[in-house]
Design a protein around this ligand. Structure first.
Ligand code: 2IT
Length: 447
């Protein structure tokens, strides 16, 4: 396999699909050396097969807004790779959603799901529906209209969507209600991120953030350092940042920044329980403004419009919002301000130039597909509970999540340790994730 040749062919075949091409390039560059040591991979054309989704559904979603106006959006589901299990991955509702974005997310999901060591294939879906400013009724009507189309293509042994940006517990509730009515069965494993009481798992809401901080804790300990007293900057204020804020605070770190599309809130004394709870209120309001935190807690949160979380002095930086949200110039600013560790919690949250800058400065950098895998891992645990008609306690789920994150971290170290002793977590995660999928594809034949 020669990365440049494959990329040139892919660019010709998928012109303009920037995010998808970016995600593929990163993986191929990481695995090139190992891949070329396995002629059986080359013979079975594993990479050529892996970069193309098994199938993509695109569908029209028509619904009626609060003014009685008919609205039409596009809905998608990318079923990427099922070598390890039924397709699994979130649904993203955001105005910028398109096929390229969902292909990049679906591609990343294959490797992330593989890292969890659970039987999960890779998929992703969503819509260009913009939840910002929508009423609860509008969200419900949209979710129902979306499920009119999607329901035939999902199920616990087929494809099991979950939440992502713009899709949380409320949306999963409306989506599941519609699914159940259309499918005429209570097939709980068809969606994850459900509420506790009707198939949801305890700790699933917190899991992405908790898992990320478990991974960060290992990165910190690896250097002989500790979490206590570390200043941590988080971008976003949604579900992922919320879980990360809880766990980081519990481990003695200080959350010094949260951000939104409108600017940053600096938290000079860290975050307290009341503020953590308020993050959920902010998310449910659909206003998408982090300034609301400063308005609610004057003095404890200081808002600056237009400023990014990366301009705040910190020891640990964790992008938790959106892809490519941390650019090379942000990385340079963080490095100049003394950042010690960077962990991507959002999928592909850092631009390639930013990752290169951190690695050149020898700052440990954890890639999204490993750092944020606790979310989908706990979705896998939710499916296990659904299949067995059981509910694990919160400590039981948390313990399993913690073990999965530790195992992922160990695999990243195993495959990512370089001859000079440094750890390239990006390479480690990509190789570890790839090997499991590639071996499954080999065993299952040319299909
Ligand atoms: O990016 C992700 O891993 C998710 N949005 C969660 C996927 C899942 O199926 O829980």
């Amino acid at each position: 396999m020669k990365v440049n040749e494959i990329m040139t062919a892919l660019e010709a075949k998928h012109p303009g699909e920037k995010e998808y091409l970016q995600a593929v390039r990163e993986v191929l560059e990481s695995i090139e050396e190992v891949y070329n040591q396995h002629p059986e991979f080359e013979k079975a054309k594993i990479v050529e097969r892996l970069v193309e989704p098994d199938r993509i559904f695109t569908f029209r979603v028509t619904w009626v807004d609060r003014n009685g106006e008919v609205q039409t959006n596009l809905g998608y589901r990318v079923q990427y790779n099922a070598a390890l299990g039924a397709y699994k991955g979130g649904l993203r509702f955001h105005k910028a959603v398109n096929v390229s974005m969902l292909k990049f997310l679906g591609f990343e999901q294959i490797f992330k799901n593989s890292l969890t060591n659970l039987p999960l294939g890779g998929g992703k879906g969503g819509s260009d529906f913009d939840p910002v400013g929508k009423t609860d009724e509008e969200i419900m009507r949209f979710c129902q209209a979306f499920m009119y189309e999607l329901w035939r293509n999902i199920g616990p042994d087929q494809d099991s969507p979950a939440g992502d940006v713009g899709v949380g517990g409320r949306e999963i509730g409306y989506l599941y209600g519609a699914y159940k009515k259309l499918a005429r069965e209570h097939s709980t494993g068809a969606l994850t991120g459900k509420s506790y009481g009707w198939g949801g798992s305890l700790v699933r809401p917190e899991a992405t953030g908790f898992g990320a901080i478990y991974y960060v804790e290992r990165m910190v300990k690896q250097t002989g350092d500790k979490m206590e007293g570390k200043r941590i900057a988080l971008s976003g204020f949604g579900n992922v940042a919320w879980g990360a804020a809880i766990k980081a605070t519990e481990l003695g770190a200080k959350v010094v920044a949260l951000s939104g599309p409108d600017g940053v809130c600096e938290l000079p004394n860290g975050i307290d329980q009341e503020m953590i709870d308020y993050m959920l209120v902010m998310r449910a309001s659909n206003r998408n403004k982090v300034q609301d935190m400063a308005d609610k807690f004057p003095g404890k949160a200081v808002f600056t419009p237009g400023k990014k979380a990366w301009m705040v002095k910190c020891d640990i930086a964790c992008p938790c919002a959106f892809q490519n949200e941390l650019a090379e110039e942000d990385a340079k600013e963080l490095i100049a301000n003394g950042v010690k560790y960077v962990a991507e919690v959002s999928n592909m949250g850092c631009q390639p130039g930013a990752i290169a800058a951190f690695q050149a400065a020898k700052i440990p950098f954890g890639p999204g597909k490993a750092v944020n895998a606790g979310g989908v891992a706990t979705s896998g645990l939710e499916i296990c509970q659904n299949a067995g008609h059981i509910n694990w306690t919160a400590p039981e789920v948390d313990q399993k999540l913690h073990k999965i994150m530790n195992d992922i971290y160990d695999m990243c170290v195993k495959y990512g340790t370089q001859p000079d002793g440094t750890i390239n977590y990006v390479k480690g995660a990509n190789i570890a994730g790839f090997m499991r999928v590639a071996n499954a594809m080999l065993a299952q034949g040319i299909i």
